[in-house]
Design a protein around this ligand. Structure first.
Ligand code: AMP
Length: 464
């Protein structure tokens, strides 16, 4: 089966070839002819990594009229990263078509700029639901000529609390618009959306129904003894310095903290989480895509829509709360036909959770061993002096919190904190010296660069 057999035109096929895409995937084989020929609503149950974006992007590109400078397709996505990714595919695959313009709009970025961009001829809008409503309220876009409405990762949009916004958007759309709904899972709320807003004889296609998880992924678990999790992670990474992957944490705080704990480590790591502003997120993502960063530390929400090819592994540093999250996370590796490894870091008592994932997802885990150096002696604590004190609004408690949050230390490792007018000092185990210097030195607080020293005399002068 070729793209030409599916009815895709030469110009789009040329663009696909330029991106080394020559053979359609299962979902493309099923969805493309349907969208091109029938123009009927469609539900596709498919995970990320199956080529689902191109499955709707290609037939839409082929059907819209480039000469009509109106929005003809609207793609709703759960996150800005996925939005950028989807708009990028429209851009890449329309390279040899008459000018087709796709714009992505999402929350967390200045709305004025997006309003300005939407004034230009735009054929396709990719949007997060909240921002789209905002833009509609401000009359920044007009959907009168809409032909297609795509709900991409519908289950995830619902999980993220966008149900009310989706209802509002669907209610305001004309009946005759073709609706295409893509979802990895079929929870109750998604079923209800289909029943309420899609035509009654909607076609449903399912990909990999039997194996819920991509079969090219190898599943492993690594048991770490209490208090040695970071050492085990470093040992795992040390054996894979030339590889790249994503590590999942359950919370933003944990993600940020881990990136601090890995400062200076041979495998370069950085974190992407909801607390970062758009500019910082994009900077981290650029670093990861360009391989300046080998390990991306992420929370579940921040990782949605990330499409980076050739990832070797996924680390579940904290186990996911639900089995379907395991599928979503692990689906970031083994994309587009490659194989990959998903590894869960667990304590002995969490083995039962691995068993439960095995039975829910019909997959098999194997144990993974790593060579971990013996635990080093803590050594005599060292005293670190810092040029911040009461004058910068620190007291003992906030200083400890600052060290935990910004340098990634454990609360118990920070001892004997003394805060003075414009300096503070505290004791830490010597193994944290590099970590603390790398994370704090040069940081700006109250217009003052943070400076650190081990030299008590110098610190009194506050000029270090
Ligand atoms: P998706 O499932 O849409 O997130 O796509 C996963 C990745 O597969 C993206 O990087 C696509 O560019 C790529 N891809 C899409 N279709 C194909 C195909 N037919 N052959 C190889 N790679 C593809």
């Amino acid at each position: 089966m070729t793209f030409s057999d599916l009815g895709i035109n030469e110009n789009i096929i040329r663009a696909l070839q330029g991106n080394k895409i020559s053979k359609p995937t299962d979902i493309q084989i099923q969805a493309i002819p349907h969208i091109l020929q029938n123009n009927k609503d469609l539900v596709a149950v498919a995970q990320t990594g199956t080529g689902k974006t191109a499955a709707f992007c290609l037939p839409i590109l082929q059907t819209i009229d480039p000469k009509l400078p109106k929005i003809q397709a609207l793609i709703l996505v759960p996150t800005r990263e996925l939005g950028i990714q989807v708009a990028r595919e429209f851009f890449l695959f329309s390279k040899f078509l008459p000018r087709v313009f796709a714009e992505s709009v999402y929350g967390g970025a200045p709305i004025d700029e997006q309003i300005h961009n939407l004034k230009r001829a735009t054929h396709v809008v990719v949007a997060t639901p909240g921002r789209l409503i905002d833009l509609l309220d401000r009359k920044a876009l007009n959907l009168d000529d809409l032909k297609y409405l795509v709900l991409d990762e519908a289950d995830e949009m619902i999980n993220m609390g966008f149900k009310a916004e989706i209802d509002e958007i669907l209610k305001s759309c004309k009946k005759e618009i073709t609706k295409l709904l893509f979802t990895a899972t079929m929870p109750k709320d998604v079923k209800q959306l289909i029943k309420e807003y899609l035509v009654a004889d909607t076609v449903e296609i399912r990909i990999n129904e039997e194996e819920l998880v991509n079969e090219k992924i190898e599943h492993k678990y690594l048991i770490y003894p209490k208090s040695r999790k970071l050492d085990y992670l470093k040992a795992f990474l040390n054996e894979r310095t030339a590889q790249r992957g994503i590590l999942f944490c359950r919370t933003k705080i944990a993600a940020k903290r881990l990136s601090k704990q890995l400062a200076g480590f041979v495998v370069s790591a950085d974190a992407i989480h909801g607390n970062l502003n758009q500019e910082s997120r994009e900077k981290v993502m650029r670093g990861f895509k360009k391989s300046r960063i080998n390990l991306l530390i992420a929370t579940d929400i921040a990782a949605r829509g990330i499409d980076v090819k050739d990832l070797d592994y996924i680390i579940h540093y904290h186990l996911p709360e639900k089995a379907e999250q395991y599928t979503h996370r692990s689906g970031r590796t083994a994309r587009a036909g490659n194989s990959g490894l998903a590894v869960c870091f667990i304590k002995n008592e969490e083995l039962s959770e691995i068993k439960s994932l095995e039975s829910q997802l019909n997959i098999q885990f194997r144990p993974l061993e790593v060579t971990v150096p013996p635990e080093s002696e803590p050594g005599t604590p060292i005293t670190i002096y810092m040029n911040m004190g009461y004058a910068q609004n620190f007291d003992k408690e906030s200083m400890r919190e600052f060290l935990v949050e910004e340098a990634g230390l454990d609360m118990v490792d920070v001892r004997n904190v003394v805060v003075e007018e414009s300096r503070s000092y505290f004791d830490i185990p010597p193994k944290y010296q590099e970590q603390i210097f790398l994370n704090l030195k040069g940081m700006k607080l109250e217009h003052r660069n943070v400076k650190l020293t081990l030299d008590a005399e110098n610190s009194k002068l506050n000029i270090y």
